[in-house]
Design a protein around this ligand. Structure first.
Ligand code: NDP
Length: 344
């Protein structure tokens, strides 16, 4: 059973050498009376939060703040993350051999997991890998974070950072479906082209080439920003704040630019929250699991009709998982980063 284990706790930017590929053995049989599932991994999801769980500081981990959520990875133990699996053996009445599921498992070829943590995949007319992204945690959270955290309205001005990634590409398309004017920022020419030509963004900013992000925002938002979907934090947030409109809303999904810093960057423009009466709200996935059925009813027809597109960046093989995960922090991924582990 090939595994990706945490070789040592991460500080600073994660490196491939923080992880190791090892072989272990697993009994391919469920214990008698077990409520568990024996899973074969098909796809694994690379997500920026996984870096936060790879530190020794358990107060920084998501589990420290979120009851029932993810816990830090122990040194020399397999990484933990979302993925798509096939049920090889089931000890639970709701699952049978051959079922497809998505949910949190370890980064290994085979796992024994409690059945209660898994979500059965009912719709297989769409790519199975979508259950790491658009049809799983990122899709659900992007949907809830855009539509439920605020009340986006037709004609509003929306700005999205990390706009070509797993979340950003969806938020831009949701904003266009709502009738908003939407601008995204991303870190390469290829990504900027995708934003405008594939995801329907009205304008796109290559933040690595813009000398002055404030000036770029003023160029595209002459009347200010109504909604900022925040994926990045730091300098980007600082440039956005003075460009918000009165009563603007900031939906805080993530702050990837801060995860690898020992000291978070200072944000100097916070006082604009007062002058502009800005509402800034964070949100996390577990708050919205109960929305999943409603979300699928919304998104599946849009995918089938080609009204929503989804770009994935698929690394081949578990052994390429560490490089794929680390690549999120340099922007190597173009679209949702997935690791292909095995065919059904
Ligand atoms: P992406 O697929 O967008 O991948 C990460 C991207 O972030 C990179 O491709 C890179 O794109 C960009 N990036 C990396 N470092 C920096 C930096 N220093 N400054 C600016 N951009 C940077 O990731 P996701 O869509 O999966 O995640 C987006 C955000 O959502 C993250 O902040 C994540 O932590 C958060 N999140 C929040 C959840 C919640 O429950 N609230 C759940 C899961 C994720 P580029 O080339 O454009 O720089």
């Amino acid at each position: 059973n090939k595994q990706v284990i945490l070789r040592d706790y991460v500080s600073g930017f994660p490196k491939e050498s923080d992880m190791n590929i090892v072989d272990s053995t697993i009994t391919l049989k469920l214990p008698q009376g077990s409520n568990e599932l024996l899973l074969k991994k098909l796809y694994l999801s690379c997500d920026p939060y996984m870096r936060i769980l790879m530190t020794k500081d358990t107060t920084a981990g998501l589990g420290a703040h979120t009851p029932g959520s993810l816990l830090n990875v122990e040194k020399l133990q397999p990484l933990i993350g979302y993925g798509v699996s096939k049920v090889l053996e089931s000890g639970h009445q709701d699952y049978t051999k051959g079922d497809l599921v998505w949910g949190i498992t370890k980064w290994e070829e085979y796992s024994l997991v409690p059945a209660t943590g898994m979500c059965k995949i009912e719709h297989t007319d769409v790519p199975l890998s979508y259950y790491t992204g658009i049809l799983a945690m990122p899709g659900l959270t992007a949907y809830a974070g855009f539509f439920e955290v605020g009340t986006p309205k037709k004609g509003e001005n929306v700005f999205v950072s990390a706009a070509s990634g797993a979340f950003g590409q969806l938020v831009g398309q949701f904003a266009k479906l709502t009738g908003c004017y939407v601008v995204g920022s991303a870190g390469s020419k290829e990504k900027v082209d995708l934003l405008k030509n594939k995801f329907g963004y009205d304008e796109a900013i290559n933040y690595k080439e813009e000398q002055d992000l404030d000036a770029a925002l003023k160029r595209y938002f002459q009347e200010g920003i109504d909604i900022y979907f925040e994926n990045v934090g730091g300098k980007t947030l600082d440039a956005v704040l003075p460009n918000m409109r009165v009563h603007g809303r900031i939906h805080v999904c993530g702050m990837i630019s801060q995860y690898n810093l020992s000291q978070p960057e200072g944000v100097t423009n916070l006082a604009h929250i007062i002058y502009k009466r800005i509402r800034m709200q964070g949100f996390i996935t577990p708050d919205y699991y109960h929305f999943y059925t409603k979300f699928l009813e919304f998104i599946l027809p849009l995918i089938r009709e080609g009204k929503i597109v989804y770009v994935e960046d698929i690394a081949e093989g578990l052994e390429n998982g560490p490089a794929a995960l680390v690549g999120l922090f340099s922007g190597r991924n173009v679209g949702k980063q997935v690791v292909f582990v095995a065919h059904e």
